[in-house]
Design a protein around this ligand. Structure first.
Ligand SMILES: [Zn+2]
Length: 245
């Protein structure tokens, strides 16, 4: 049985998930973050006023350090879902992220679309990433966000067998291709405020890296993170995802 809190967490997106049905059956089940058809994942609890900043596809030697500086200046902690191969290339940066109080999670080794990968490949992608992160950082890795949000029942089952809790999101915009930090902030703010009116916390995704380029340009995303913190810091509580686990 799920506790009422856990039911809220896993129920997650509620009415907003219905919008995704337009995407159609299987694609909806495999990719839409609120879909539970292919199994449950952590999204957000019914705790309006709590915000989790999460950053995917790093660590990025060109932009993650600036993001860390910004978060430290506001005394805010976030959750970083790292690509295993990027982490292996930047061990000092991984250690800095952990040393500054942030939480790290598994985002697969190569950012493969795991909905299309064999069970053996899924296991390798996840296990290698967790082992590498744990060796580098010296902390256990408990969370997994599927690349592209792509999953199927076997992906979530394999993740759980490896001790990883699948995590999705309920606040994202296309920050990776958006040149304007203001546009990113405006869209995320609308989503965060709408979630709050409906009684939900926000699990916000931004990208400090790219699976295609380890040093990708991420100025708008980093600037947007700083602006969001500035906007909500006085009225909301920023948490890492283990606060909801
Ligand atoms: Zn990703």
């Amino acid at each position: 049985m799920l506790s009422p809190l856990a039911a809220g967490i896993y129920g997650g997106l509620g009415a907003a998930a219905g919008l995704g049905l337009a995407a159609g059956g299987c694609a909806y089940a495999a990719y839409w973050p609120g879909s539970r058809i292919f199994g449950r994942a952590l999204i957000a609890p019914r705790r309006p006023g709590e915000l989790a900043l999460t950053f995917d596809d790093g660590p990025n030697p060109a932009f993650t350090p600036r993001l860390l500086d910004a978060l430290a200046s506001h005394d805010v902690r976030a959750t970083f879902f790292m690509v295993g191969s990027h982490a292996q290339a930047e061990p000092e940066l991984v250690r800095r992220i952990v040393a500054e109080g942030h939480l790290i999670g598994n985002h697969s080794w190569s950012h493969a679309n795991l909905a299309l990968a064999s069970a053996g490949r899924v296991g390798e992608e996840l296990a290698r990433t967790s082992q590498t992160l744990e060796q580098i950082a010296g902390v256990p890795v408990r969370l997994f966000r599927p690349p592209f949000g792509a999953r199927r029942p076997a992906v979530l089952r394999i993740a759980r067998e490896l001790g990883l809790e699948p995590v999705l999101w309920n606040a994202m915009t296309s920050d990776w291709k958006e040149p304007s930090a203001d546009a990113i902030v405006e869209r995320l703010t609308r989503t965060i405020d709408r979630l709050e009116r409906r009684g939900w916390a926000a699990n916000i995704v931004l990208h400090d890296g790219s699976h295609l380029d380890r040093s990708a340009e991420r100025e708008p995303s980093v600037a947007a993170a700083g602006e969001l913190v500035g906007r909500y810091k006085g009225t909301h509580r920023f948490v890492t995802l283990d606060a909801w686990g």
